[in-house]
Design a protein around this ligand. Structure first.
Ligand SMILES: Cc1ncc(COP(=O)(O)O)c(C=O)c1O
Length: 391
């Protein structure tokens, strides 16, 4: 079966957050992380069938949904989980907030690496918990092509940053926004660090099925029994199969006491997952693999196009290290010397995410979402060329 990722789908005038932001303006939205593609046909068919059933009562996952998740984790990552470890959530951001609230007291701290997906920084603060942000380091700093560079965890800085009041580590793997896949050795070292300081590891793995290169995803929950007992893993079909609006996510929590504490913090506060979300999630994991493979091939094509254009036609914009995963590009635009880079690119018809919200210095970084048709990307890059030329 072939899938059409090429034909642009008009999302203007729909309930799309991504496109509504610029309603009535000629700005191509390459900001928030959803893709402009239709979900796999099997997911759409399953949703049609569920809608035709016509009864939309309070929902609970069926045995088939749970088996699908258990099987998917086993097949994809050799991770054997118990069905009882699953806690369903309407979103991962909810999971980050609940974790901060349930496992740190007011004034206690959450450690994370920056740049990072903004809710890693805002969730603890919203819950009255402190955030300790330790920057990732780009190695080597100078002299080599982007392909040879890598974002690394600064272990010395982590050791200096952790305090007796630090309770949690928030990990993003694969990483938004630097689009990197952490290797087993790095994750093992992080696990050892968390165990040594008695930190609970909250591992956001929402992008784990969007690895573009031949790299394995290693769930932190598979790194050994000891760290598994101290891990809350957050996953969802939402990024991969473009279902974020259906609000269906998972926390996988092996330890019964940790799970009970997590669930207690959700009770009465967190909406339950709805029947359409369960339907879509089950169909995506059960039948969406051919579509996912085709999607990855298409995203690789977009990535190559973007990188070639950045290298040859966008002076002053640098994607600093390989994009190994996600459909997000972390772009260093410091050399452009723009006071308000987002406004500048919007003026030229492209909507990007401001690196400031990810913990970057103002005016230095933008995040670009290339989960769109090639035609949209080509047009956006042409506009960015104009933007770069007319500073
Ligand atoms: C790393 C990461 N976590 C969580 C989310 C959002 O999750 P949700 O929509 O389920 O709250 C995103 C969305 O971009 C993300 O990139």
């Amino acid at each position: 079966m072939t899938y059409d990722f090429d034909t642009p789908i008009d999302r203007r005038g729909t309930d799309s957050q991504k496109w509504q932001k610029y309603a009535g303006r000629d700005i191509l939205p390459l900001w928030v992380a959803d893709m402009d593609f239709r979900s796999p046909p099997e997911v759409i068919a399953a949703l049609h069938a569920r809608v035709d059933h016509g009864v939309f009562g309070y929902a609970r996952p069926t045995r088939s949904t749970i088996d699908t998740i258990v099987e998917a984790l086993h097949t994809r990552y050799h991770w054997s989980i118990e069905p009882s470890w699953l806690v369903w959530l309407p979103g991962l951001v909810v999971g980050l907030n609940i974790t901060a609230r349930a496992f740190a007291q007011p004034g206690e701290a959450v450690l994370c690496n920056t740049p990072v997906y903004p809710p890693f920084l805002t969730a603890p603060a919203q819950q009255g918990r402190e955030v300790i942000a330790v920057p990732l380091t780009l190695r080597p700093a100078e002299g080599l092509a982007a392909a040879a560079r890598r974002w690394e965890i600064d272990w010395d800085a982590l050791e200096r940053a952790v305090t007796p009041r630090t309770r949690l580590f928030f990990l993003c793997n694969p990483h938004n926004p630097v689009a990197q896949v952490f290797r087993r050795e790095e994750l093992a070292r992080l696990a050892e660090f968390c165990l040594r300081y008695n930190l609970l590891l909250c591992s956001d793995e929402i992008h784990c099925d969007l690895i573009l290169d031949e790299l394995p995803h290693v769930p932190t929950g598979t790194l050994g029994a000891e760290i598994a007992r101290r891990t809350i893993t957050l996953m969802a079909p939402s990024k991969t199969y473009n279902l974020p609006g259906l609000g269906t996510s998972l926390a996988i929590i092996p330890d019964a006491a940790v799970r009970a504490q997590f669930v207690r913090a959700t009770t009465g506060m967190v909406a339950e997952v709805n029947c359409l979300g369960y339907t879509a999630c089950t169909a995506a994991y059960r039948h969406g693999e051919p579509w996912r493979r085709a999607l990855l091939a298409y995203l690789r094509g977009n990535r190559e196009h973007l990188l070639a254009c950045a290298t040859h036609e966008l002076p002053g914009l640098r994607v600093e290290a390989p994009i190994e995963a996600t459909y997000l590009a972390w772009c260093n635009i410091a050399a452009l010397g723009l006071k308000d880079p987002v406004a500048h690119f919007e003026k030229h018809g492209v909507g990007l995410s401001d690196g400031r919200h990810f913990g970057a210095q103002p005016g230095t970084h933008l995040r670009l979402n290339f989960g769109c048709s090639r035609a949209t990307l080509v047009e956006a890059l042409a506009r960015m060329k104009q933007a770069v030329a007319s500073r």
